[in-house]
Design a protein around this ligand. Sequence first.
Ligand code: NAD
Ligand code: 89V
Length: 340
Amino acid sequence: MLRGGIIGAGFFSGNHLNAWAMVEGAEIVALCDTDPKRLSKMGDAFGIEARYSDAAEMLDSENLDFVDIITTAPTHRPLVELAISKDVHVICQKPFAETLEDARAMVRAVEMAGKTLMVHENFRWQSPVRTVIDAVRSGTIGTPFFCRAAFRSGYDVFSGQPYLAEGKRFIIEDLGIHVLDIVRALMGDVTRVAAHTNRINPEINGEDVATILLSHESGVASVVDCSYATRRVPETFPETLLEIDGDAGSLYLKSGYRMEVHVDGKVETRDVSPPVLSWAERPWHNIQESVAIIQKHFVESLAKGVAPETSGKDNLQTLTLVEAAYRSAAEKRTIETSEL
Ligand code: NAD
Ligand code: 89V
């Protein structure tokens, strides 16, 4: 049984803790947060007695196999480097880093230490999205030539995560990063990025609308469009809607988790709704299920001795798209990913 320690007992950590209870082969034995109230609230809720305000102390006192870092991006590099120096494997929440330089340094440190680092990039593991990824990879619509991934919502994310309103960057760094990663999982790596951003909500600092055009190495074109300023009925938070054209058909993930496959002049419609796990609540159940799936993937990857799909190294490609999109919007030009 792998022994895990959690660093960060804030807004999202309850989902990790609930999900870890479902994952065979690992258990969470210790919890760390610099905020004593959050530490005791989460420790009490999940019956974890080993509690620390200092991550180094937790790593020195507990015999851990891995840490699961659920803090915000500015703390990721020091915490990942600390964990690696204590010889444990690491899961790190997205966004992996605030800069590509920090991300590359973490990947180098992990490779030199021979440890495993998985970025908790869970949207590609949402079961409806995964069904589409599997269908495309198995050739259901032939060879793809176009992909659109859209996340448009007016959901109030700021009440649960007030830091999202404060940063100079918002939607691309927090949410677009997930959608860009889904598109990478579907269409592969990217050579060129052109982006346009807007800020509609005057009460936040960053951009809340982003429209991004991607050229993939394969020749496929993708559009990633994200908005937290869209008022529509039904509200689709937190669904990513997909539209993919291939030379043998088209595939859609529509609102309400309806997948449509259009092949040979016929339409096959499937309900690919994610389950509402016993501890989950709508509309977050889609994200919550994916937390359990990616954690299971981490444990299985360690057991097999293979890199997780969203390893730190893999995630450098997703972060490059984030940086390229910001640079493109700021400089009003198309960015070659090789520039970064
Ligand atoms: P939060 O601010 O609510 O919680 C972070 C916690 O970390 C806080 O309690 C803080 O006191 C603690 N912390 C900070 N530095 C620490 C340190 N050095 N040692 C110990 N504890 C420390 O943030 P959140 O909303 O829970 O988000 C955490 C991360 O999860 C963010 O990067 C966010 O983007 C990500 N997130 C991911 C998803 C997803 O679906 N993948 C969803 C929501 C949030
Ligand atoms: O999934 C996330 O990273 C969240 C949210 C869905 C609100 O963007 O921050």
